[in-house]
Design a protein around this ligand. Structure first.
Ligand code: GLC
Length: 558
């Protein structure tokens, strides 16, 4: 299967690499145990020092920061109480301005998370709105009378389970929340709400940020008449979000209107990107419509194909092929392995045949992510093979929203622990030697850390660095078509990225020694090794007959 005729990607968000930072645990400059903006500034050279030949940098093109706005932190920033300010935990607005300037000096773009489906219950808008039925901001949220027997207005459920309605004692009406009751949903049908959010968007764009990641962007709109959702056939636990068809509480036609109006603002500025989290329970099929009929919604809609795939070549390839087929001709795909809501991939894929070889999985997974046709997004720590912290005691867990609503096992803290910079106290994350980091450091930090991996030529970090450099120097890897060379992969993947001037072959062996099966299209040519777990870079060779155990190689047709 090969890619259809696509436009040539040229924008920075199409050819570049995005790196997600969870600011609370990336780098703590003021030594209080929590990561902050000054910490990120201090680490910019690690991310990209602006000199492509420098060995000390990862060379990513953009950073996406999980929310830094003022927040009571019930959902760790995904509950905003002031959109115009930075939370003091992270620093000040001035710190953020310095970050933008210093990032831009190095060629790093800055993307902010924008949480506008809901606010915090502590946002002044909600405090006003809930104060009386006649408050001018009453209609800024979804308020409904109890039904005839005094219960919830309809059967809508919170994503975390149970009813999505909470009764306000003062006014005896219920308000609606897709997530926790501390996160009331804004009413996007209200023109003032729309205007207020548009102002916020302009404020940050005027500050010079390079784009947004829209949080929960498929649930902005709700049915005007608040009709009950139909139950799924045979649904047993009717308090489970999955028990309903979400016909009336998400992804309504109006949702696309809302996003296209935001996109119109983005378009007023030069070269800004609009990324969105289109997933709540929808897969790729529903998500592609978020590009918009005229490419007038999201530039890059996040879908969860790699996070939901088992570590199995056939499955991963099927997901790539589907995305190749379904991404509209003028649109561009985005891929990721990890984020702040899911277990890290080395923890997810531990059950596979390679589980005795996490370094092999990490290098193979990195290669897939950075060589498929789409924008790759890295999650901090992935580049050194960080795994989930699995033994965080309950009293040290921080993901209150998940724990209080769904129980301890739902905690996302394991994937949010501090970045492991070196083997010194607190893994070099926090300069405060006596301080307890916000989340405990994973015990493996003495071996798995950036300083150590810089020294080790075969480390995951050095592999990522080499891979990123290879990608940056290869037009085919950034812009070329994608074609698989194996129809039903069982133990290995083999595919080609190609432009008019360059042809690059990627082979990834998921298993033990294996004959390399690729069709005649490829066999007799000479190849230059761009990067390999088994051959020296720059070597010119015939295509190997067999793949070595867990071999990952990238060749350019010579
Ligand atoms: C998104 C965020 C997640 C948050 C939720 C509610 O899914 O990624 O972290 O809990 O929205 O804002």
């Amino acid at each position: 299967m090969s890619s259809k005729q696509h436009k040539k990607p040229e924008k920075w968000w199409e050819t570049g690499i995005i790196y997600q930072i969870f600011p609370r645990t990336f780098a703590d400059a003021n030594g209080d145990g929590s990561g902050d903006i000054q910490g990120i500034i201090q680490k910019l050279d690690y991310l990209n020092d602006g000199d492509i030949n420098s060995e000390n940098s990862l060379h990513v093109d953009a950073i996406w920061l999980s929310p830094i706005n003022k927040s009571p932190m019930y959902d760790n920033g995904y509950d905003v109480s002031d959109y115009y300010d930075v939370d003091p935990i992270f620093g000040t607005l001035e710190d953020f301005e310095i970050l933008i300037a210093k990032a831009h000096q190095r060629g790093i773009k800055v993307i902010l998370d924008l949480v506008i489906n809901h606010t915090s219950e502590k946002h002044p808008w909600f405090i006003e709105s809930s104060s009386s039925k006649t408050n001018p901001k009453r209609d800024w949220y979804h308020w409904r009378d109890p039904n005839s027997d005094g219960g919830e207005p309809n059967n809508w459920l919170s994503y975390f389970g149970g009813t999505a309605w909470t009764l306000c004692k003062t006014t005896q009406q219920f308000y609606y929340h897709t997530f926790a009751k501390q996160q009331p949903d804004l009413n996007w049908r209200n023109a003032e709400v729309k205007q207020a959010i548009h102002d916020i968007i302009r404020f940050w764009l005027d500050k010079g940020i390079d784009g947004f990641r829209l949080d929960a962007s498929s649930v902005y709109s709700k049915d005007r008449d608040y009709r009950d959702n139909p139950l799924k056939f045979g649904a047993e636990d009717t308090s489970d979000f999955e028990s309903q068809h979400h016909l009336y509480d998400k992804d309504l036609p109006e949702n696309h209107q809302i996003i296209s109006e935001i996109r119109a603002i983005i378009n007023e500025y030069d070269e800004r990107v609009l990324i969105g989290e289109t997933f709540i329970d929808s897969g790729l099929y529903q998500s592609v419509i978020f590009y918009g009929a005229n490419q007038d919604e999201l530039h890059l809609p996040f879908t969860f194909e790699f996070p939901f795939s088992p570590w199995y070549p056939g499955h991963l390839q099927q997901e790539i092929v589907k995305k190749e087929l379904m991404t509209p001709r003028d649109a561009w795909a985005i891929y990721f392995l990890d984020n702040h809501d899911i277990p890290r991939h080395l923890s997810r894929w531990i059950e596979c045949s390679l589980c005795d070889n996490p370094v092999g999985i990490a290098k193979a997974a990195a290669t897939i992510l950075l060589t498929v046709r789409g924008t790759p997004v890295l999650y901090y720590g992935q580049e050194i093979g960080m795994v989930d912290h699995e033994n965080i005691p309950l009293e040290k867990m921080r993901d209150r929203v998940a724990i209080e609503n769904e129980g301890e096992s739902a905690s996302r803290d394991g994937a949010r622990t501090p970045m492991q910079w070196d083997k010194s106290i607190n893994a070099g994350f926090s300069l405060g030697k006596d301080v307890d980091p916000w989340l405990p450091i994973n015990k493996n930090y003495t071996e798995v850390n950036i300083a150590q991996e810089f020294q080790d030529r075969d480390s995951i970090l050095n592999f990522y660095k080499d891979l990123i450099r290879v990608r940056k120097k290869s037009e085919a890897l950034r812009q070329g078509s994608w074609k698989t060379l194996i129809n039903y992969p069982y133990e290995h993947l083999a595919y080609v990225r190609e432009t008019e001037t360059e042809k690059v072959l990627i082979v990834i062996n998921f298993s033990y020694e294996k004959k390399l099966t690729v069709d005649e299209y490829i066999e007799s040519e000479h190849w230059l090794v761009l990067l390999s777990t088994h051959y020296e870079a720059k070597k010119i060779m015939d295509l190997p007959q067999t793949l070595q155990p867990f071999e990952t190689s990238i060749f350019r047709k010579n």
